[in-house]
Design a protein around this ligand. Structure first.
Ligand code: 7TS
Length: 399
């Protein structure tokens, strides 16, 4: 559906129609988003929050309207809780650094899950190096469901924070965030959900989930690269120190003492990506124009259709069989290296991801060095799934 909104989908690679199934890595952009970028550079471009002049004021209005657009999209209580960042990775590093400074001492514990992306592991390990915090890991069963009983047992009086992916970028598991979060709160710990793979696919309401932090990236939800969001509850953000220093984030600077701006600007040092924020708002408009429940139903339908067909292929193993699963299928075919699989599919015009998917601890848990992965977006079709499955069969016959 809506394929004609995405000019890139009409192109060919190696003389074959492009079948783009690497959407968990990044999505393609609709004309509305690219046009928003061009329109701002052509008509409105000026630095924000500093000019008295017309263009600067207009650019500032667009940037702040985008913040309000994001607030409504995830149902945050106020725009002060919406911090623009470069993406999920920067949002997670911001929390690890700044929450770590404000709330964590040597011996304090942070709980992660075995299915985290490296960007929700490494910043915490860097904090461990600096502060001597302790990391604990929620295990999962062979279907890719987190073990909730084991989770409960990980809590101690020193547990301060739990950080879990809403949707696994490898297994597609939709983790029960509201429940995980309620359990964390009952132990007096805070909760961060990494929404990089959930916000693009279904409605995420930070107040309904009860989370203290949510992170996501514009480029995985039909928006531009270089812009992302950190949602944080005001009460916590107020207590957290700035992550970077510079322009925009100060009230008054002297060589003796500097006072910081109010939220959210305290966390936005330097010229922000105001063109990116406006284009992200265009992406949100685009998503809501189609409706998130419609997108989600379409993607789940493709997921089930593809899964059924792939399971007919002898020797094909799918990783992640959780009951609540989103539009990602990671797999291997016996006797074929995932890299060879990806390379051969590429020659047929089919783009999939191969490798460790930035989740090496999860690869260890699954007993493999890497996997192939197909991931869906709103514009994928059943015909593309057919092409993909036929290609898998063809590759299998070659080996
Ligand atoms: N968290 C999750 C769950 C992700 O899937 C990703 C990116 C990130 C964080 C980091 O997002 P970034 O926008 O800051 O890079 N995941 C993937 C992927 O699955 N393939 O390429 C990137």
């Amino acid at each position: 559906m809506h394929r004609s909104d995405f000019p890139i989908l009409a192109r060919e690679v190696y003389g074959k129609p492009l079948v783009y199934l690497d959407n968990a890595a990044t999505t393609q952009k609709p004309r509305a988003v690219v046009d928003a970028i061009a329109a701002e550079y052509y008509n409105t471009n000026a630095n924000v929050h500093r000019g008295v002049h017309f263009l600067s004021q207009q650019a500032t209005e667009l940037h702040e309207a985008a913040r309000e657009r994001v607030r409504r999209f995830i149902h945050a209580a106020e725009t002060a809780e919406i911090v623009f960042t470069r993406g999920t990775t920067e949002s997670l590093n911001l929390v690890a650094y700044s929450y770590g400074e404000a709330f964590l001492k040597s011996g304090d514990e942070v709980i992660l899950s075995v299915m985290e992306h490296h960007s929700n592991i490494v910043p915490w390990q860097m904090l461990r190096e600096r502060k001597g915090i302790v990391l604990r890991v929620i295990p999962m069963d062979d279907d890719g469901n987190l073990d909730l009983e084991a989770y409960e047992r990980l809590f101690s009086p020193r547990t301060r924070l739990v950080c879990v992916a809403h949707v696994s970028n490898v297994l597609g598991t939709v983790n029960p965030i509201a429940r995980l979060c309620a359990i964390a709160h009952s132990h007096g710990a805070h909760f961060l959900a990494d929404g990089a793979q959930s916000v693009p696919h279904f409605a995420v309401d930070v107040q309904a989930l009860g989370v203290d932090f949510l992170t996501f990236s514009g480029h995985k939800m039909y928006g531009p690269t270089g812009i992302g969001v950190l949602y944080g509850r005001r009460e916590l953000l107020e207590k957290m120190p700035p992550y970077q220093g510079g322009g925009e984030m100060i009230k008054r600077v002297s060589f003796e003492k500097t006072t910081y701006e109010d939220l959210p600007y305290k966390f936005e040092a330097g010229t922000p990506d105001y063109v990116g924020s406006n284009a992200l708002a265009a992406a949100i408009d685009y998503i809501e124009g189609i409706r998130r429940d419609v997108i989600s139903a379409h993607e789940r339908e493709l997921l089930h259709y593809a899964t059924e067909q792939m399971l007919q292929i002898p020797g094909l193993h799918i990783y992640g069989r959780a009951a609540e699963k989103d539009a990602v299928i990671s797999f291997n075919i016996e006797g074929i290296h995932h890299l060879d699989l990806g390379t051969l599919l590429d020659r047929l015009g089919i783009a999939i991801r191969t490798g460790h998917h930035c989740a090496q601890p999860l690869m260890d848990r699954c007993g493999t060095e890497g996997m192939a992965r197909a991931s869906f977006a709103l514009y994928n079709t059943r015909e593309e799934v057919d092409t993909f499955v036929e290609a898998l069969q063809r590759v299998r016959r070659m080996f």
